[in-house]
Write a protein that binds this ligand. Sequence first.
Ligand code: HGY
Ligand code: MN
Ligand code: MN
Ligand code: MN
Length: 404
Amino acid sequence: MSTTFDELWSGLHPIGRNRAGGGYRRFSWTPADAEARAWFTAEARARGLRVETDRNGNLWAWWGEPAPGAVVTGSHLDSVPDGGPFDGPLGVAGALAAVDLLKERGFTPSRPIAVTVFVEEEGARFGVPCLGSRLLTGAIAPERARGLADADGVTWASAAARAGVDPERIGADPERLALIGTFVELHIEQGRALAGLDAPVGVAGAVWPHGRWRLDFTGQADHAGTTRLADRNDPMLPFAETVLAARSGAEAYDAVATIGRVQVTPNGTNAIPSRVRAWLDARAPEDVTLRALVEHVNEVARRSSVQHGVALASYQESLTPIVKFQTDLRDRVAAIVGGARPAPVLATGAGHDAGVLAAAVPTAMLFVRNPTGVSHAPEESAERADVHAGVVALADVLADLAGT
Ligand code: HGY
Ligand code: MN
Ligand code: MN
Ligand code: MN
């Protein structure tokens, strides 16, 4: 591996490290995010790339003058709470390393190449994932994005404004979108398919449809010792049945469903809660099975809430339909990466900015093998040689797309 990548990586690694939990905590528009963006800007400028911020806060580093037909690559630098080192940063640091490799090879692009950093890919702070790419493509209305609030009630608009992005100017950016001839994202694999196939690098075929729903169960707070069972309106009970329904629904539809975030009010040991607020993350191989799964979970939540005298309100926070990457570009990338034995093509249950962009521009994705498959956790890992293979694969793809 070039020393440049190691230098890049060691520069990025300490940023946003949450020492208490062991993982990374880079949430949009926080000091850790600002540090990561400053790191990117400095690294890109050191390579002679021209860095600019688009109207939605996404960063672009240009090799060559911006022009239609550009080959664009990148990922995100934000993380989930206690995330791993690779999800996002691999595709950013890897893109800069691929630029280094192309320069070392003496490659001169015939069309511009840009490296991007998209804002709020994880939706960890404001709830909607891939917010930067959704705003760019017009997949979310600017009014809705402005009003999204974090757990402390700080809105997207005010947090972005403090970071220097004018919230009144955010929204669909067709002129910028028109610059993208092809988008390619390099990403850590978030499962064990490549490990099973004994392949260091794979190509994305599809992204499962996925979404997030918020369920508010509202009951009556009361004394844990003196309130007879018959007199309770305990929201924890329909919530518990809903957790089990997410599991049984996922099993029934060969899908996945997770309730990983919960707020209990008032959260006291000796008080029946007044409210349980829970977030459902559901993903399925097809749009129709995702709908059926979510309907099953909501139906159980409704029925159980009635049974326990609890009010239920359910909101869809985001929904991404199935993404099928363009097959000719996918096959071209698989052939470039794999040579005589084309790289394996995988479907993934993880969302990506590439999935959002695929609706608007020709898009491809590369995955680097993750030996344990663990992701969205500090234990996420990749072998150094596989990361190198991913960078070489990305450089080869960029050379093919931006060559003569
Ligand atoms: O898939 C996810 O949870 C996120 O969008 N990367
Ligand atoms: Mn992620
Ligand atoms: Mn990611
Ligand atoms: Mn008391």
